[in-house]
Design a protein. Structure first.
Length: 263
């Protein structure tokens, strides 16, 4: 499976993501981010914006949010969902490693652990330095990290959705399936890889499939805090499971870290 693309979110993957994580679906993160950003009047950037699950509710709350993503298919969905609501944010095709901003940002937000898609830790450090440079003095970086316990997760998964179809009716009634099989864990590198097979079924026949590898680089929160401080961030706050300022413990699923570029 070494030839399978990694973390690409192509057509079927993007469609499944959109069905599973619809616009506004919250895991506790949307309320948390909205609260942390309440009253912010400056520009906010969401890297790896995906289908707009988080971006659109924040826009509807009156925040000036733009975004970028490395997946054209995800951006197509995001643009369509924004247009359906009369929203027109700046959305760009870009990677963590090459994004650009036209003005210093008041905040950069990365919910859902998307920073973990950058697998090489040195590359992650370089990306965080780019974020630091893109923030205005006093600007904030807010990002989510999964628990390191995810490294031990080797259970297979199988899920199924009925596709309601797009605006043209294409795909209506098709079954979409996702099979995830553990591919490997490198505890030294803190990476976890899953083989993902996306399939579209129509009248019991397979009509489309995609095979991807999904790799995450997991971070301990102490490790990430140390890295952020070494880059120059200050006023670093760690929150467990979207409870601001509550310290993580053995049962924590998601850690959110907020860090400020000093004035």
């Amino acid at each position: 499976m070494s030839g399978a693309p990694t973390n690409r979110y192509a057509t079927l993957a993007a469609r499944v993501y959109h069905l599973d994580k619809a616009i506004g679906r919250s895991f506790g993160d949307l309320e948390f981010y909205a609260e942390r950003l309440a009253g912010e009047t400056g520009p906010i950037l969401e890297p790896a914006v995906g289908n707009g699950r988080a971006l659109i509710p924040l826009l509807e709350a009156g925040l000036a949010v733009s975004g970028f993503d490395a997946s054209p298919e995800m951006l197509d969905i995001c643009r369509a969902e924004c247009a359906a609501r009369g929203l027109d944010p700046a959305l760009e095709l870009a990677f963590f490693q090459d994004f650009e901003v036209s003005e210093p940002q008041a905040a950069i937000i990365i919910p859902a652990g998307s920073i973990q898609l950058v697998v090489d830790p040195e590359e992650t450090a370089a990306v965080l330095r780019r974020f630091f440079g893109a923030l205005r003095p006093g600007g904030r970086l807010i990002l989510d990290l999964d628990s390191l316990a995810a490294l031990a997760d080797t259970a297979p998964s199988a899920r199924r959705w009925i596709d309601p179809g797009d605006a043209s009716g294409a795909g209506s009634g098709d079954a979409l399936t996702l099979l995830g099989v553990h591919e490997g864990t490198d505890f030294a590198a803190q990476t976890h890889t899953t083989q993902l097979r996306y399939e579209r079924w129509r009248d019991g026949a397979l009509v489309e499939s995609e095979l991807d590898l999904f790799t995450l680089r997991l971070w301990g929160h102490f490790e990430m805090v140390t890295l952020l401080r070494s880059i120059g961030f200050a006023e670093v706050t760690v929150s467990a499971d979207y409870r601001h300022g509550v310290a993580p413990d053995a049962d924590t699923s998601v850690v959110t870290i907020e860090a400020v570029r000093p004035r």
